[in-house]
Ligand binder design. Structure first.
Ligand SMILES: Cc1ncc(C[n+]2csc(CCOP(=O)(O)OP(=O)(O)O)c2C)c(N)n1
Ligand SMILES: [Mg+2]
Length: 432
């Protein structure tokens, strides 16, 4: 398994005028990404040695810690990155994520779910490698690709599947659906359908932790927040605004970019002036690291360092995980835009197969132990479907509960009754 770790450094701001000698005409260069078949499209900025030596960042790279550990590992196989128990937890969580999503696809095509459903297949090492390090009190903020983040955080598969089926036993009582997982108990602060929408929510949660500790004097409040979002989202304003505030206030937050190289059908390399997202961390005064997101052990190592930094009160970290989704953007996407060679490349780097291989080669577990976990997870997922199927649908009156808009005049009629209870409420509109 290869992995590209890049040291944290800083970039000199430059003018983009054409007479600037630091701009070179576009020359195709090898892609900085492990398996993308596309090349960056825009003019590249030539590095000025004098500029880079003039302004070195004093921030320590999280990646150095990992580099050191993996070097130790090569020279001494006894110094493994995980114990048997830890490895089996990671394996089980990734298998749960994969099996759950495969089942979602089946249920969606059988008409059990409505709306858009975005699956996480291929990206499991990111969710597992990061979230399995957290405590229940720590928070996770997700996107519309949120089922697996919720499972990793501990939300029972029954509750996630029921939510997808729109049933009252779902984690949002059937009111959220695929893109809006939430759990107060497990501190999953939401899946968000608008891209970038969750980043300020996560920043607010991290602010709360610091406020509790320093203003309300709750000394034991060392909660951290992880915000997950994609490469495409990093070109949105909230991302930059929140990096700024998090660094300014040294918030206990980890920004985890799941760079799967695509934003629906738009290649990251076509849409982004500098595709190395991790570099934006140091620009705001926080460490940035690029890690192989198909390798759960490497993700876990960088995330561990970032979580510890956050708990110590040393502020935020930006982690860019290079990953890949094995399916289309959503279940409605025929996935015809991505190059088959690129898909084939990442298929060979399946994070579940890779962890299994690592553990077997290092005699941490046997084939029989993996089979037993696979079987257990099959049963968990089957049970989740049966539970969701047998659960009741919410009553129509629930439709307007927890809605921010004032329901008077909209949801509640002049007689004080819910308009949706009127049998003619949806007449002439699509079935609600
Ligand atoms: C504010 C906003 N603009 C546009 C969209 C439409 N949209 C849905 S997904 C998506 C691409 C996001 O890509 P990325 O951040 O890379 O996440 P991925 O789907 O790859 O996980 C876009 C533009 C949206 N949901 N919200
Ligand atoms: Mg993406």
């Amino acid at each position: 398994m290869s992995c590209s770790f890049s040291a944290v450094n800083s970039i000199q701001p430059r003018s983009l005028s054409t007479d600037n000698p630091s701009i070179t005409p576009f020359k195709p260069t090898p892609s900085p990404f492990l398996g993308s078949t596309l090349k960056p499209r825009f003019n590249s900025l030539k590095k000025s040695p004098s500029a880079s030596t003039r302004r070195r960042s004093s921030i320590v790279a999280v990646s150095d810690v990992v580099k050191e550990k993996s070097l130790n590992f090569k020279s001494s196989p006894s110094n493994l990155l995980i114990t048997k128990e830890e490895g089996l937890v990671l394996y089980e969580d990734m298998v749960l994520g994969r099996a759950f999503e495969d089942m979602c696809a089946q249920m969606y095509y059988r008409g059990k779910m409505f709306g858009f459903v975005h699956l996480y297949n291929g990206q499991e090492a990111v969710s597992t490698g990061c979230i399995k390090l957290l405590k229940q009190e720590d928070s996770v903020v997700s996107t519309y690709r949120d089922h697996v983040h919720s499972l990793s955080k501990g939300v029972p598969a029954r509750q996630v599947m029921s939510e997808l089926f729109g049933k009252t036993t779902g984690c949002v009582r059937g009111q959220g659906g695929s893109m809006h997982m939430f759990s107060k108990e497990f501190n999953v602060l939401g899946g968000f359908a608008f891209i970038g929408e969750g980043i300020p929510v996560a920043t607010g949660a991290a602010f709360t932790s610091r406020y509790k500790r320093e203003v309300l004097k709750e000394a034991d409040c060392d909660h951290v927040t992880m915000a997950f979002f994609g490469d495409g989202t990093c070109n949105n304003g909230q991302f930059f605004e929140c990096l700024n505030m998090a660094a300014l206030w040294k918030l206990p937050i980890i920004f985890v970019v799941e760079n799967n190289l695509w934003a629906i059908g738009m290649s990251h390399l076509r849409a982004t002036s500098d595709p190395a997202i991790w570099k934006k961390g140091p620009a705001f005064g926080m460490p940035g690291v690029h890690v192989d997101g198909m390798d759960v052990l490497k993700v876990r190592e960088v995330a561990k360092e970032a979580v510890e930094r956050a708990r110590r009160g040393e502020g935020p970290t930006l982690i860019e995980c290079e990953t890949y989704r094995f399916r289309g953007h959503s279940l409605a996407d025929p996935d015809e835009l991505r190059d088959p060679a690129e898909k084939a490349h990442y298929a060979t780097r399946d994070p579940i197969t890779a962890l299994k291989k690592y553990m077997i080669e290092n005699k941490l577990a046997s084939e029989a132990e993996f089979k037993a976990i696979d079987k257990k997870i099959d049963e968990v997922v089957e049970d989740a479907v049966e539970f969701a199927d047998a659960s009741p649908h919410p009553g129509r009156s629930q439709l307007l509960e927890n809605v921010f808009a004032d329901p008077k005049g909209f949801g509640i009629g002049p007689d004080g009754k819910y308009r949706c209870e009127d049998p003619k409420f949806t007449e002439g509109t699509a079935h609600v």
